[in-house]
Design a protein around this ligand. Sequence first.
Ligand code: GTP
Length: 554
Amino acid sequence: MEATRTLALSSSPAAARRSPEKAAVASLHIRRFSTTSSLHLGAPQSPALRAHSSPFQAWRRRRRAGGLVVRAEMFGQLTTGLESAWNKLRGVDVLTKENIAEPMRDIRRALLEADVSLPVVRRFIESVSEKAVGTDVIRGVSPDQQLVKVVNDELVQLMGGEVSDLVFAKSGPTVILLAGLQGVGKTTACAKLALYLKKMGKSCMLVAADVYRPAAIDQLTILGKKVGVPVYSEGTDAKPSQIAKNGLKEAKSQKKDVIIVDTAGRLQVDKAMMSELKEVKKAVNPTEVLLVVDAMTGQEAAGLVSSFNDEIGITGAVLTKLDGDSRGGAALSVKEVSGKPIKFVGQGERIEDLEPFYPDRMAQRILGMGDVLSFVEKAQEVMRQEDAEELQKKILSAKFNFNDFLKQTEMIAKMGSFGRLIGMIPGMNKVTPAQIREAEKNLKFMESMINVMTPEERERPELLAESRERRRRVAKDSGKTEQQVSQLVAQLFQMRARMQKMMGAMQGKESPDMDELMESMKAEQAGAGTGQRRRKYGNLRQRQLDAMRGFRRR
Ligand SMILES: Nc1nc2c(ncn2[C@@H]2O[C@H](COP(=O)(O)OP(=O)(O)OP(=O)(O)O)[C@@H](O)[C@H]2O)c(=O)[nH]1
């Protein structure tokens, strides 16, 4: 995940030298003889125009005026706001109505500051509070991590849950109509979408139906060339609905899969704009009508999606300029406010910077805690609460046997390799990959001996401790030496003792000092057996110790 991104100036002479095409597009905006030219140029504006320009445009103006390169962290502000909520749960044993009150206030504040609309925030907080308190405790997962997971799941739901794919027509070209206010990135989005579809193997045609801004047609032509997609245009004299209709006819004759119609933008929603869009829509019967909105306008973007949907009926939204959005209000509000999904997000000025909107990835970005979430999910997946309790009871009553041992190794296998798992646990990345490989190898080694034990032997390891005959048989059947079997049995009893100690420490709410534990085991190891035995089995013993490290870290 790219958390921070540097936004370079597109209008500087140096930038123009580096990217002549971009400069050409910029100059089209400059040539614009409409009121918008001042928005794009950063020239002095009338107060009325200033009121209409988006925060992003204001930000660009400030940046141009200062000649600065600004670093904008996507959703950075929201992520920081939420962090204080998790921090308030440090040292808490279980989530209760009382102890989540303050973190929930932080979450509420963070969302409001992110420009999420109040009714959406209210519903969100209500739902998270309810789920957080009702959540079953998952062993090994701390309450703050559990709250992160609940908030994550709710964020995903809020943003629509599943990714909302483009719908394609069953026969003939699929028509995608793009609408939106002026300067939101509509024309750029047309070209970005054409490139995206081209990469999917679809043949496309762009249709220039923005007749009010002559430069828009030139801009689309340049961008079309850049992405290698033909552009259909009839200049500025024809009616947009007619251009769209003729464009569709042309696309049909050229057997194109998709046409993308660029329509005119206005400074604000007005009747003329809506009725023209309705006409275009009627003329080409589009499969997708996407409203392009600027992420920097926060909840206003969600409101726009809603009103466009009421007026003309849309199928989804394209959220642009997410790269400059540190708040996230638009991404979080659009679906909930309008009922329409965000289908794509624009994350930069480059033509490649468009991707489908994945609610789950977006939530992870907002929380900035992908590792914690994967850990909780995996723990949930494999460790049902009852299993954990049963194991705990066994350990505490010193009945941990070979069956439990096997169960544990299976669980570890299910949770992925040791390496990935250990890396997910904060502060547990000191173990080297070589140690992890050794631990995994050693578990397999031990498993092969356990697999040939009888059910009674697995249940009661004492039988093996008491009978040399049994140990010999296990050795023979597993292809290991008798000493190795004895070593395994001894190891199980030692494990019981260690696990009891660790459980005791956990129940006492203090984190067991693993290093101290390992040191004491090494000291015991050094004291046990003859020098020859130590040399002979030292490596094996070390491997067993490493395996235990794996257990502890699960
Ligand atoms: N940073 C960033 N800039 C974007 C993004 N999408 C578009 N832009 C920029 O926004 C500006 C306006 O984009 P256009 O595509 O011309 O906007 P439009 O909606 O077609 O404008 P009108 O034709 O006036 O309605 C251009 O400078 C684009 O490069 C984005 O996702 N991120």
